[in-house]
Design a protein around this ligand. Structure first.
Ligand SMILES: NC(=O)c1ccc[n+]([C@@H]2O[C@H](COP(=O)([O-])OP(=O)(O)OC[C@H]3O[C@@H](n4cnc5c(N)ncnc54)[C@H](O)[C@@H]3O)[C@@H](O)[C@H]2O)c1
Length: 412
């Protein structure tokens, strides 16, 4: 089988795709990053072509591009790559504004190329098993679900991966990084969110991990979604204490979740049909099998998810059929974060989630550039925190420069 030649844009997270490419029948041939150290490191490690400029990178002879650049800049680069004739797999989020969502959906359709969101959390072991159970009807009709991605850390840890005052991790609102918690629920149940309510846990200025951190966004976000089958979903993510990644699905015949303690890959399944006079229940806790490729999966990061995104992307290219995490689902889950922030600023008011499968919707939103990005700031644009325009303390600024200097960064 001829290897699919891929180029990776962004040599931080991009190195994970490089690591797992071969196992999925892909060959890494080029990397692009304007960070010289990262570029040199990855280029030398794999002996591949290096580019500092995206347009030059697109001139390289290859089949597909993986976008692992800044969180808020994926869509414009995806459009450019699709228009240049490449298949695209994009890291989360798919888009940063509703206007970008319109442009992205159109670019995929106009070029007839494969587009996939590299959302790896649905492909974790327990999520794939919960999808299998749900699709077999084991817990009945989907009524309520939860997805959690809680990721606290020290000021040093965050600063070391958020170099520069306006690095995206220092300002994206707490609702925006929502696909790790929403995607698994959508994948397991095949439902689509139709309305969103957002609630922010405001930045806790007394939190020790923030005292020396220059970020100016909030602590965490809770998002409530109404799905297209009427089910309710709670998504929780951010820097609350209690690191964990957790999914829970309730049906009208049973319930399932990954375990919170001991081994988070294990599943607890409760069958509770409770028909007329039926009181019989069953419960089991078990470690599910992988649906194949166990050796390659065990070697990959993020609970195996990093293997499966490459695998499904390669399969989609070979078959010519758009993957499960196609552009429409990518947009559905990404814009939950944008609209949840809008909702948070309106005391959690419900907001409809437009469906970008429909060209009339795209026309309506094509000029919607609402964003808290400090570089795009204009009238009516929100600040990254519900508390307003936060100013880091002088101690935090000094500490940030100390950490960044260790990486050779001397800018603002
Ligand atoms: N799915 C996951 O588990 C997971 C894990 C980590 C990160 N991510 C995602 O991956 C993406 C990248 O994350 P990261 O931690 O590597 O971020 P990062 O900001 O550290 O790295 C982005 C890289 O892209 C390069 N870049 C950006 N714009 C460029 C341009 N115009 N020209 C050349 N190079 C450019 C930067 O120099 C930088 O090296 C983000 O979207 C993040 O959300 C996903």
């Amino acid at each position: 089988m001829k290897a699919i030649r891929i180029g990776v844009f962004g040599a931080g997270r991009g190195s994970a795709f490089a690591e797992n490419a071969q196992a999925a029948g892909m060959e890494l041939v080029a990397v692009c990053d304007c960070n010289e150290d990262r570029l040199r490191h990855l280029g030398e490690h794999y002996g591949i072509a290096t580019y500092a400029d995206f347009d030059r990178f697109l001139e390289h002879d290859m089949d597909a591009i993986v976008l692992a650049n800044f969180f808020h800049q994926h869509a414009p680069f995806a459009v450019k790559a699709l228009d240049a004739g490449f298949h695209v797999m994009s890291e989360c989020a798919a888009c940063h504004t509703l206007g970008e969502a319109a442009a992205l959906a159109r670019a995929v359709e106009r070029n007839n190329k494969i587009y996939m969101l590299a959302e790896n959390y649905p492909y974790m072991r327990f999520n794939q098993e919960m999808r299998r159970l749900y699709q077999e009807g084991t817990i009945g009709k989907f009524l309520y679900g939860e997805g959690e991605y809680v990721h606290p850390g020290s000021a040093r840890m965050w600063l070391s991966i958020s170099v520069g005052k306006d690095h995206w991790r220092n300002w994206i609102p707490a609702t925006y990084y929502c696909t790790h918690s929403i995607a698994p629920v959508m994948y397991i149940t095949d439902t689509r969110p139709v309305t969103v309510n957002g609630f922010i846990v405001p930045r806790d200025l007394s939190d020790d991990s923030y005292a020396y951190h220059v970020s100016r966004n909030d602590t965490a976000a809770m998002i409530v979604l109404r799905m297209d089958n009427g089910a309710v979903v709670k998504s929780l993510h951010g820097s609350l204490r209690g690191h964990g990644n957790y999914v829970r699905i309730h049906g009208n015949k049973g319930q399932m979740e990954n375990c919170r303690i001991v081994d988070g890959d294990q599943i607890r399944l409760r069958i509770e049909p409770f028909g007329k006079d039926c009181e019989k229940t069953e419960e089991k806790v078990y470690l599910p099998d992988w649906p194949g490729h166990a050796a390659a999966v065990e070697a990959a990061g993020h609970g195996g998810g990093d293997f499966w995104t490459n695998y499904h992307f390669a399969n989609a290219i070979r078959t010519g059929e758009q993957p499960y995490l196609n552009v429409y689902r990518a947009i559905d889950m990404s814009i939950c974060g944008i609209l949840a922030y809008k909702s948070s600023l309106q005391q959690g008011a419900p907001i409809d989630i437009p469906d970008f499968r429909d060209e009339a919707v795209r026309v309506k939103y094509e000029n919607d550039n609402w964003s808290p990005d400090p570089e795009r700031r204009g009238p009516g644009q929100p600040y990254p925190s519900v508390l307003g325009d936060l100013t880091p303390t002088p101690e935090a600024v000094d500490y940030a420069h100390e950490v960044w200097a260790e990486q050779g960064y001397t800018g603002e």
